[in-house]
Write a protein that binds this ligand. Structure first.
Ligand SMILES: C[S@@+](CC[C@H](N)C(=O)[O-])C[C@H]1O[C@@H](n2cnc3c(N)ncnc32)[C@H](O)[C@@H]1O
Ligand code: SF4
Ligand code: SF4
Length: 421
């Protein structure tokens, strides 16, 4: 039987936590995960999971991540299985080993996101290995050669903004946009502190009766102060002058939010009323089969139980419930998932997956976007905000997601009806 969902689920598959690099800012989502995810699953175990989520409409998206996903021992077989099931696939990779699998990947319409954090010297020093930049650029050229030969693969670039590269972001943008890239994302550094983690631990104990297992502390200690925030804000501003491609700042923090985000100020006041939809629509499957619905919230293991049973179990729902009833955790303001523009899907997920109506926040935020010349920044404002214009940039949606959006609107209306009743 096909499971009909009013939204597209996006699974993050951390195929392995092994890595061939050792980047200065990489938290790999916390020490806790590394300890829990020591043994990589076999390709047969992945296939059993794919079977269980294959008969879903719309087809879920599979984001292959890690660690370095291309180090997964049976990558070729695993990738072939994703294609057999017809999943929409995106690979997020440091790009070093791409040539091993490019022939195979180029026969599909996969999106390849390569992480590139600056020009040669800067990138190699952030990634802690000389020659990385050169190798990645060679592989980008190979991608372009496949595209010229008719391949439907698409290339996206992800660049983490850091004190190490803040001075050359514009130069990097000018350089990289000469390549045939679909989107370029400048990502804000995700980071926590021992104090914030301790605070989160207390919140988790109180609200979920278990300790917080996130982490989010980068191995390198960055000096992040007011001066850096000013420098970064100016650097972001200057990108607009040179940008000729589709570029995003993610999360799309408003100017006044950047300082609070980086200096851990007023985190509870950032976008109050908004909650993250990851616990509903973005399952992470870790390399050992553990499933989580939020950083650090392990809710089961697919080698022991069916995915859908796990996704609707008490551990999964208690997190959803506390978000709806008590609002976000303080650390959510420092987590990229919090800023994803899919809030609109939350009520729909509640209705369809739990099959009963849980309590929901009163405000529903809608996706907004403003175009500033060629530079696109996604802005999220409250539905009630005076200057919010409900512009939904349809060209940035795939046909499937537009269909889902329409369905979701119907469900939101239904939800309001139920809530009013
Ligand atoms: C954890 S990596 C895994 C995939 C692959 N190994 C790679 O480097 O692309 C996924 C993405 O997160 C980015 N990243 C790593 N540490 C980060 C941090 N502290 N804040 C924001 N992004 C980070 C990486 O640059 C990469 O684009
Ligand atoms: S960012 Fe990617 S390549 Fe770098 S250490 Fe983390 S997982 Fe490895
Ligand atoms: S934003 Fe909050 S709820 Fe969502 S994944 Fe991050 S920590 Fe979890």
């Amino acid at each position: 039987m096909v499971l009909e969902l009013p939204f597209e689920m996006e699974f993050i598959l951390s195929l392995t936590y092994r890595c061939n690099l050792n980047c200065s800012m990489c938290t790999q989502y916390g020490e806790g995960f590394k300890q829990q995810a020591t043994d990589d699953m076999t390709v047969e175990q992945w296939e059993a999971f794919f079977e269980s989520v294959s008969d879903v409409n719309p087809k879920p998206k599979m984001l292959l991540m890690g660690g370095e996903p291309l180090l997964y021992k049976d990558f070729e077989k695993l990738f072939a299985l994703t294609q057999k099931h017809g999943f929409n696939v995106q690979i997020v990779t440091n790009g070093v080993l791409l040539d091993r699998y490019l022939e195979q990947i180029a026969k599909t319409n996969t999106t390849i996101t390569i992480s590139l954090d600056g020009l040669e010297q800067t990138h190699d020093s952030i990634r802690n290995r000389k020659g990385t930049f050169k190798k990645v650029m060679e592989n980008i050229d190979k991608i372009e050669a496949h595209q010229k030969a008719g391949s439907k693969i698409e290339l996206c670039i992800n660049c983490v903004m850091l004190p190490d590269n803040v001075d050359e972001l514009s130069e990097f943008l000018q350089f990289i946009q000469k390549k045939n890239i679909k989107t370029l994302t400048f990502q804000h550094l995700q980071f926590s502190s021992p104090e914030l983690n301790k605070h989160t631990d207390t919140q988790w104990m109180k609200r979920l009766n278990k300790p917080y297992a996130g982490g989010l502390i980068p191995p390198k200690h960055y000096k992040i102060d007011k001066n850096y925030v000013e420098k970064l804000t100016k650097a972001i501003d200057s990108l607009k002058d040179v940008c000729k491609t589709t570029a995003f700042i993610f999360p799309a923090l408003e100017d006044e939010e950047i300082e609070n985000y980086y200096l851990d100020k007023n985190l509870d006041e950032i976008r109050t009323g908004r909650i993250c939809t990851t616990p509903w629509v973005n399952p992470t499957i870790h390399s050992n089969g553990d499933v989580s619905n939020c950083i650090g919230n392990i809710i089961g293991n697919i080698n022991q139980e069916d995915f859908w049973t796990i996704w609707n179990n008490e551990k999964a729902n208690s997190l959803r419930q506390t978000l709806c009833q008590n609002g976000k955790f303080t650390i959510c303001a420092k987590c990229c998932n919090f800023y994803k523009g899919n809030f609109i899907y939350a009520p729909a997920t509640l209705l369809r997956i739990n099959n009963k109506l849980l309590s929901l926040p009163d405000e529903i935020n809608f996706i907004k976007s403003s175009k500033n010349g060629v530079f696109i920044l996604d802005k999220y404002r409250d539905k009630t905000s005076e200057n919010a214009t409900p512009v939904i940039p349809l060209e940035t949606f795939t046909p499937a997601s537009v269909r889902n959006l329409q369905k979701t609107e119907t469900i939101v209306a239904k939800f309001s009806e139920l809530k009013g009743a």
